[in-house]
Design a protein around this ligand. Structure first.
Ligand code: BES
Ligand code: ZN
Ligand code: ZN
Length: 483
């Protein structure tokens, strides 16, 4: 946790200093400075020093001016993770931050965010949880209170998303997921309407119904809305998220190792929507945002949908379900159709949709495609780069659409072996009539080993990107209206 404090520094002091400012380091005499210099020359990233009953952690800051600001920010978030690990090893629980030399507030914030995000642990199922907590105090002259609060809010929103994703399905059924979303909505100030299985059936959401057929637990369809009094956007921004609380593949069963064992994370797209809406609502951003989350469990069972079955989607399209493991597109399609009623300015969907996206780019970015205009794509890219939640755009050429035509129905849910991320995107495109971008986050959403400040398991990919995007939208719209 970060906090503003004007009190005298704690027993442990973190000194961030540029190399040029080594000579003006207070607290140290010439001999000590020499030792520090030697350690610096050895390339040490963090130099610890005990003196007059205080612990100093000296962090040399190097800013590569040839690098883009975005990559410097990412480097500093990762540095924050190294600092955190050192403080944890030393069992430090309270530290004060000092800055010497030229370090912009933005870069300082990145280091602090890296430290703050590193604190996350998922301890719910430990009978003897050993939680380690760190409080970092900083003078308001170094970083204003609003910025510090924002860093804490981002960290909290990321935590909310991670907790949801890391929950196994033994607890987080679709119905339980809806309850959690309702609690989060109440805490943040957005409304949540939950359609239950009966209402989903009455609405004839054929995709959602079909995917959940093999499960004995009911599906839900969640409608989240944050509508501030003076919203800057006339038509809402709609965020759609894939909420498969577990994906066994259904009758097209997945193999166990490295495949099915991580599939409690198949609702990561929707959890990113929840975390982002928490941040947006808590920050009281003047922006109207709606979240749509179809939540289901994809299981084999007597009632389960069979390969070859033809279903009728919410919008009336018929789909031949050739592979029951391609279920994400079926529930997203219904949610995308639902979104039309809002005449949205833009719809963004987040989904752990294809292994193809994961294989194409690994955990380093999401695979993105869509119909939004260039300026919007640019803004999304900007938010993605500045948060380190990078994206890469894939094409939606017409040819790929032909791959999804069925002999027996309007569409099939399975394309050829190749270009799987794109054919999934092409399938979704069939259900939209508004500017839209699709984020296939199968790569970056969930990792099995530590990934710097992102941690292991859920990374909460998308939360920071979405918050930044909406923040930037607010700035852009308000400057436009001023002119
Ligand atoms: N949830 C998976 C995609 C996935 C794979 C997410 C790996 C995260 C890590 C999705 O429902 C799926 O199984 N997709 C299939 C689609 C195929 C059958 C067309 C895939 O990508 O193999
Ligand atoms: Zn699947
Ligand atoms: Zn899935």
């Amino acid at each position: 946790m970060l906090q503003i404090s004007s009190k005298p520094p704690k027993k442990t002091i973190l000194i961030l200093f540029t190399k040029a400012s080594l000579n003006i380091l207070p607290f140290f005499d010439i001999e000590e400075k020499k030792t520090i210099q030697n350690k610096l020359n050895d390339g040490m990233q963090i130099i610890s020093f005990n003196k007059t009953q205080k612990n100093y952690f000296l962090i040399p800051i190097e800013i590569d001016v040839t690098k883009k600001e975005d990559s410097v920010n990412e480097k500093f978030r990762i540095l924050g993770n190294s600092i955190f690990k050192t403080l944890k090893e030393n069992k430090e629980t309270e530290v004060s931050v000092e800055v010497l030399g030229d370090l912009s507030k933005e870069y300082l914030a990145s280091i602090l965010l890296g430290i703050n995000l590193s604190e996350y642990e998922f301890l719910k199922y430990r009978t003897k949880p050993k939680a380690y907590g760190l409080t970092v105090s900083i003078d308001a002259l170094l970083l204003d209170e609003a910025s510090v609060n924002e860093l804490n809010l981002i960290t909290e929103s990321v935590r909310i998303t991670k907790d949801l994703v890391n929950e196994p399905v033994s607890f987080l059924t679709a119905a339980q997921y809806s309850k959690e979303i309702q609690k989060i909505g109440e805490a943040a100030g957005f409304s949540v309407i939950v359609l239950d299985q009966k209402e989903i059936e009455a609405e004839q959401m054929g995709g959602v119904i079909a995917v959940n057929l093999g499960s004995s637990a009911p599906a839900t369809f969640n409608i989240l809305e944050y509508k501030p009094k003076k919203a800057l956007n006339e038509a809402p921004l709609v965020l759609v998220g894939k909420g498969v609380v577990f994906d066994t593949g259904g009758l097209s069963l997945k193999p166990t190792r490295n495949s099915m064992d991580m599939m409690k994370s198949d609702m990561a797209g929707s959890a990113a929507v929840v975390g982002a809406m928490y941040a947006i609502a808590k920050a009281k951003l003047p922006y109207h945002v709606i979240g749509l989350i179809p939540a289901v469990e994809n299981r084999p069972g007597y009632e389960a949908i069979c390969p070859g079955d033809v279903i009728t989607m919410y919008n009336g399209t018929t789909v031949e379900v050739l592979d029951t493991d391609a279920e994400g597109r079926l529930i997203l399609a219904d949610a995308l159709h639902y979104a039309k009623r809002y005449n949205p300015e833009l719809v963004l969907d987040f989904a752990t949709l294809t292994g193809s996206a994961l294989r194409a780019i690994g955990k380093e970015a999401s695979v993105v495609m869509g119909t939004a205009e260039k300026t919007i794509k640019k803004k999304i890219k900007k938010a993605a780069n500045s948060t380190g939640e990078r994206i890469i755009e894939f094409p939606l050429w017409d040819e790929y659409g032909d791959y999804m035509k069925s002999d027996i129905a309007d569409l099939k849910n399975l394309g050829p072996m190749d270009a799987g991320a794109i054919t999934a995107g092409k399938f979704l495109e069939h259900f939209i009539d508004y500017p839209w971008m699709h984020f296939d986050i199968a790569g970056p959403a969930y990792v099995s080993s530590n990934y710097n400040y992102r941690g292991k398991w859920s990374t909460a990919y998308g939360v920071r990107l979405l918050f930044k995007f909406v923040q930037n939208q607010c700035k852009d719209v308000s400057t436009k209206t001023e002119n």
